[in-house]
Design a protein around this ligand. Structure first.
Ligand code: CP
Length: 315
């Protein structure tokens, strides 16, 4: 039994406004714990979490591990390269064998869209999606929303533009779903080759002009060009991409009011964003990273906390 209306966090598609608000409110309480001289509570003592990262990660992997340790869970990091996956064992057999050792939660990153959903159908453990290919990255969207809510006080009516490689971005889809659920106005901006056809059906506006987007939004979430997931030829060159869709100080200065700048990382400095913008007073990029630990603590507590004898958060 979870303290949310869900057992797993596979994506934000079936999470309601109330669910997301509960996570964001809980994350604010977790942030207070992180600011204490000893940032650790016994809340998840006795809960075992396996971090199954089958794709590269810095922020998500480290912040999940930190979140688990701050909540006193037992954590295990699974190294794919030295596992029996490299001997041909299937993902399902690997996961079933790990679960047979009595674990409670699997945090999973995988290159295949839908892989956390697949495991959720076959395992009893709680599954948390830490990014599945170009599908969803729910905890990234939650930490983005937490950062925006801290800056603007509320998400309802906020004008947010996602810029760049929308087609290959799991961050984009989770942000669109989460922000729309919370009542924000969402625009996507990028070259036509990097925006899926029919995306308007998700309730977003589309523009191919960054200068136009800058005129009518409060915050820009600049996405990395997912070069590892793209076919060749989706845009002529990185130089040309930067010329039309790179966020520069000169572009930002044309905004009617100062904009808040987010980036999920890792950044390609000089491609989608210049260093003077990424490191400027308008950037909340490192605040996003700090919030990532609090959001992941909140998700772990809300999904796995009810496994504990008392459901009250022990602080
Ligand atoms: N934003 C994000 O998912 O970063 P990592 O790939 O470093 O985890």
């Amino acid at each position: 039994m979870s303290l949310l209306t869900h057992k797993h966090l596979l994506g934000l598609a079936d999470y309601s406004e109330a669910d997301i608000t509960t996570i964001l409110d809980t994350a604010e309480r977790m942030k207070e714990i992180l600011e204490r001289p000893v940032p650790k509570v016994p809340t998840l003592r006795g809960v075992t979490v396996v971090n199954l990262f089958m794709e590269s990660s810095t922020r998500t992997r480290v912040s999940f591990e930190l979140a688990e340790k701050r909540l006193s869970a037992d954590t295990l990091n699974f190294a794919v390269s030295s596992s029996s996956l490299s001997k041909g064992e299937t993902l399902l057999d690997t996961a079933l064998n790990i679960e047979a050792m009595k674990i409670d939660v699997v945090v999973m990153r995988h290159k295949s869209p839908g892989s956390p959903h697949f495991l959720a159908r076959h395992l009893d453990s709680i599954i948390i999606n830490a990014g599945d290919g170009c599908h969803e990255h729910p905890t990234q969207a939650l930490l983005d929303m937490m950062t925006l809510r801290q800056k603007f006080g509320a998400l309802k009516g906020l004008r947010v533009c996602l810029v760049g490689d929308i087609s290959h971005s799991r961050v984009a889809l989770s942000n669109i779903i989460g922000l729309k659920t919370m009542g924000a106005q969402v625009t996507v901006c990028g070259p036509a080759t990097l925006i899926p056809r029919g995306i308007e059906r998700l309730g977003v506006q589309v523009t191919h002009s960054l200068d136009e987007a800058i005129q009518r939004c409060d915050a820009l979430n600049v996405l990395r060009l997912q070069l590892e997931r793209q076919e060749a030829g989706l845009f002529p060159s990185l130089r040309e991409y930067h010329q039309y869709f790179g966020l520069t100080r000169r572009r930002l200065e044309k905004a009617p009011a100062p904009l808040t700048i987010l980036h999920p990382g890792p950044m390609n400095r000089g491609v989608e964003i210049t260093s003077d913008v990424a490191d400027s007073e308008h950037s909340v990029i490192l605040q996003q990273v700090t919030n990532g630990v609090a959001v992941r603590m909140a998700v772990l507590y809300l999904l796995a906390g009810a496994k504990m004898p008392s459901t009250e958060m022990k602080v």
